[in-house]
Structure formats: C-alpha cells, structure tokens
Design a protein around this ligand. Structure first.
Ligand code: V47
Length: 367
C-alpha cells in the first residue's frame, strides 16, 4: 500500500511493523485514518505472530457484580443506579458466597472476576472481608477484583493511601485487577461522561502502584461514544508508556460502547463491526509492549471476537457466566460460552486453543 497522509507513508509503517519498530503517535493517527481493513489486519497479524505466536487463550471464570448501586453514574453506563431505583441491588456476604459456591461446583472454575458500582455506604472493610472470606473458602480460585476506579473509591472512603488499600487487599487474597474504569483518558471526555470518579491520572497511578506491589492488572479502552480518533490513539500511547515503565499490564481489552439505556442513547450508535476490527488491529500495532490483546466476546459478539483473532487478538476471555454491565446496555451476546464452543471457534481460525489461568500460565493446550 503506497499512500501518504501528511508526513506519514503507509509503506514506512509497514516497514516498521515488519521490523518490529515502534510506531509514533502520527503513525497511529495515520492508521486511524486508514480504511484498508485487510491491510490493517495483515499488519496486526504479523505483529501478533511475532509477539504472541499461535496460541489463543481462554479461561474458565465467573463474573460477580456485588452491587449496581453507584455514586459515579457515568453517562455511558446502564448498569449503575441510585439506591432508590427499583433495579438496585447490593449483595450480602452470604449471597456472594452462595454464588461462588454454586460456581465452584464446576471443578474447572479458576477465576472470580469481581467488579461493582461505587456503593455510597459500604465501608472498605466490607470489601476486604469479602476477598478474605472468598480466598479462605476457595483458595484454588484466583480473585481478579476491583478496577482502578474502585480502588480510588476505597481510598477516598477510608482515608487510606492507594498503596495501603492495595497491600491490604493483596494480603486478604486479591490476585490481580481487571482492566475496567480506564474508559478514555482524555480529560475533555471524562469531564462530560464520567466526572464523578477517578481521573485518568488516578487510574494510571493505581496501576503503577499495583504493579510496583506485584499485583498485575489489565487495561481497557471504551471506544465509540464521544471521543475522537486522536483521543483513542493518545489513550493507547498512555497505556504503552506506563507499560514501558512497569511491565505490569497483562492484556489490553478494547470495549465497544453499547448505547441502549444509557444517557448517550439518543446521540450515539453502536460502532460497526468494521470499526471494531480496525480498533483491534490498531491496538495490536500500537501496543508493542503488551503480549496479549483480548477480544472480549461479550461486548464484541462471538462472531466478531472470532474475526478479531485475524486482526491482532490472541485471547477471547472466558466462560463469564453471567454478565450484567453490557447486557444492561443492550448486548445480546449471551451470558456464557462453553469451553467446547471456545475451542471450536479458535480451531476454526487455524490457531491453537489454550486454556490459561488468570496470569497467563498455561493449563491445557488443545492441539
Ligand atoms: O469499566 C460500562 C465498560 C467496563 C458500558 O480485565 C461499558 O479481563 C460498553 O472492564 N458499553 C467493565 N462498555 C468491563 C471490563 C472487563 C470486562 C471483561 C474482562 C475484563 C478484564 C474487563 O465496561 C467498565 C466500562 O469501561 N462499560 N458501560 C457500555 N454501555
């Protein structure tokens, strides 16, 4: 592809990807301006092959959302609500344990993914108690819990430092942190869509401190609402810079915005699958220091997640069962995927399905 946008030649980008050379912000913007999807996919596939090989990861996990009562009330979120809402819920410890116990009947279950609203009344001690009890009751389960936004909330309500919060949770049994809450780092966008929670700087600082304490975390980007293409590229570059510093991010997850039942419903439509694949490829190309790029089937749909494996992704997340955040916003991707389905959808792409644990250790290779 011999074409030019301003000072950037697509041939130069292709040369850089082929030789494993880092792409600049301007080159990222050129990729965002490019609609040659097959070419983007070709390059992302080269990068994926070099950085991650032919394995495609999945895991056996269970999502638990402790409460949907949330003080942040982000404009893009259909899950959070006030405590007066008829759909409000807040789980007792008994309820949480009973969900975990039911899920753990599947002997292959390895991870609990725990993300919740910012509850106005629960003290930090409640979260510590939940992690401690889950860890003691199910020591074989990895607890991937609390986004950077929740960690900032705990610091605010307890008066403790971020480091102290993370150390306390780690001692209680926290294994790693999910990638949510990053949204888009642009302050312009955050002021408009999520002004009542951690800033971009705070989210990044939580990740930095977590990594320094040996807690690995994931990173996400919520795209397709009111952000610009430049703001997407800047978000990816901010993640890349922090990863240069700490190396503590395990995977990147691109989250396409689902507008139904949100405050943005009248203004924004779900982006096309074309754009999903383009964003997958661009993330793979820009995040040259992330080993893993996840195609989260719940948000993308199973078909697009499978296609994404040809556009830079090497992970399709897990069995999930059950998902509330995206489904509140209109997702119709189903609540769970069986291991057999995941193996089949990966094999159909000619790649090798690999069951992993939460920190990407290999459990089973399905040659
Ligand atoms: O932080 C909220 C996003 C995130 C909507 O780390 C929305 O392995 C789309 O981060 N449309 C939570 N997205 C999900 C998340 C996640 C999921 C799976 C795996 C991992 C991981 C992380 O969902 C939130 C927010 O960015 N979100 N509302 C919406 N309407």
């Amino acid at each position: 592809m011999a074409n030019k946008t301003r000072n950037t030649s697509y041939d130069d980008i292709a040369d850089k990807v082929t030789t494993g050379t880092r792409l600049s912000r301007e080159e990222g913007l050129a990729l965002a301006a490019c609609n040659d999807l097959a070419w983007l996919g070709y390059l992302a596939n080269l990068a994926r092959q070099r950085l991650a090989g032919d394995y495609v990861y999945f895991n056996i996990n269970r999502h638990i959302n402790l409460t949907n009562i949330c003080t942040a009330r982000c404009k893009f979120c259909a899950f959070g609500c006030d405590d007066t809402s008829s759909k409000a819920y807040a789980m007792t410890k008994e309820k949480i344990l009973s969900i975990a116990k039911h899920a753990a009947k599947d002997e292959k279950l390895r991870e609990l993914h725990i993300v919740s609203g910012l509850h106005p009344k629960w003290p930090f001690e409640y979260y510590v108690d939940i992690i401690k009890t889950l860890h003691e009751t199910f020591p074989h389960l990895h607890l991937k819990a609390f986004t950077g936004v929740e960690i900032c909330h705990f610091a605010k309500i307890s008066g403790l430092s971020i480091a102290k919060i993370l150390q306390t949770l780690k001692s209680a049994g926290l294994g790693s942190m999910p990638g949510g809450g990053a949204e888009i780092f642009s302050e312009r966008v955050r002021r408009e869509v999520c002004p009542n929670k951690a800033s971009a700087g705070e989210w990044l600082e939580v990740a930095r401190i977590a990594h320094s304490l040996g807690i690995r975390s994931n990173a996400s980007m919520l795209y397709g609402h009111i952000e610009t293409l430049e703001e997407r590229i800047d978000h990816l570059i901010a993640l890349r810079s922090l990863q240069d510093e700490t190396g503590g991010f395990q995977t990147y997850i691109g989250l396409p915005f689902h507008p139904a039942n949100t405050c943005l419903e009248e203004r924004v439509q779900r982006v096309s699958s074309w754009e999903d694949l383009k964003m997958m490829a661009i993330a793979r190309l820009m995040l040259d220091n992330f080993k893993n790029i996840k195609a989260y089937w719940v948000m993308l749909t199973v078909s697009i997640a499978q296609l994404a494996l040809g556009f830079g992704a090497n992970d399709i997340d897990g069995t999930v069962n059950e998902e509330k955040i995206t489904h509140a916003a209109g997702a119709n991707s189903g609540q769970t995927l069986s291991v057999d389905t995941m193996i089949q959808m990966i094999k159909q792409t000619g790649r090798i399905p690999v069951e992993r644990d939460s920190t990407y250790n290999i459990i089973n290779i399905y040659e």
